[in-house]
Write a protein that binds this ligand. Sequence first.
Ligand SMILES: NC(=O)c1ccc[n+]([C@@H]2O[C@H](COP(=O)([O-])OP(=O)(O)OC[C@H]3O[C@@H](n4cnc5c(N)ncnc54)[C@H](O)[C@@H]3O)[C@@H](O)[C@H]2O)c1
Length: 327
Amino acid sequence: MSNGRRVLVTGGAGFLGSHLSERLLDRGHDVLCLDNFFSSSRHNVAHLLTNPRMELMRHDVTFPLFVEVDEIFNLACPASPVHYQFDPTQTTKTSVIGAINMLGLAKRLRVKILQASTSEVYGDPNVHPQPEEYWGNVNPIGMRSCYDEGKRCAETLFFDYRRQHNMPIKVVRIFNTYGPRMHPHDGRVVSNFIVQALKDENITIYGDGSQTRSFCYVDDLVEAMLRMMDTPGDVTGPINIGNPNEFTIRELAEIVIELTGTKGEIHFEPLPSDDPRQRQPDIAKAKEVLGWEPKTQLRDGLAKTIAYFDKLLSENAMPTLASSRLR
Ligand SMILES: NC(=O)c1ccc[n+]([C@@H]2O[C@H](COP(=O)([O-])OP(=O)(O)OC[C@H]3O[C@@H](n4cnc5c(N)ncnc54)[C@H](O)[C@@H]3O)[C@@H](O)[C@H]2O)c1
């Protein structure tokens, strides 16, 4: 018997979802971890399955779900371009129909629901850093639009459910997060650099490397999500969560080279279309409302992430893209 709440985590076998599920179990809650394994695998949560308070369910959020839970974290959505551009219409469906289904479930149960939104709702921002009041600069018909516009529409749905049905909603806008269990081939800059470095391959920088990103370590991010869920009913967000310390992509590459001791060298490729030049969260609201700010230094977080990928490589256990989609 548990004394905690029964918490549904959609996308629970993913990178962020697996860490969130772990923390919820640590807090004494029951976790219903739901995933269709589109961009992840059961391996991410295999170590949690021996816990009697953990339940893993294969389900696609674009289909209705009937379960009894006390809280919902809605994370289901492929999050990296290589995954969300593989089947763009499915990506939009996952964000939009998935949001409708999970909001419908929350409405029936009258429970809190938190949406994992994204800094991509700001598109290629004209305002820097981005506060929550900024409405963004998003291309509605580009290669990234299935994700960006899907997430924007999901936010709209959350706030309309709030206005129409007085639902206890929470929306967090997540900025670049990294850590163990990121997909090694998801094309995200941190995993790309680390995997290339560990294999002694050249480190690919798209563009000249002067574009900036801010990188939040996964433990910090999960802490903010938990605090957001625990806020009073009048706190809806959206609230930015991320690390405001800005690094150029070139600086990131140089730190990874130093920490791995790779023989690889930096190699430049053309910048893909719609790639934002700058991305940096304004986290004033998170500090004020959640009493939160990231604690993990980039070097420390990178060292833990490098150790994770190093282990995968040494055990020959690197997931491939195809295996994760077909599983
Ligand atoms: N990691 C980041 O830097 C970041 C940044 C901004 C927003 N986010 C958001 O956080 C959430 C989690 O991202 P992540 O980095 O863990 O990515 P991830 O791909 O590792 O996790 C997403 C999970 O959702 C699952 N999923 C996809 N479509 C589904 C569907 N139709 N039904 C059920 N499950 C489905 C995937 O299989 C995967 O396990 C996403 O919603 C993403 O948009 C992440």
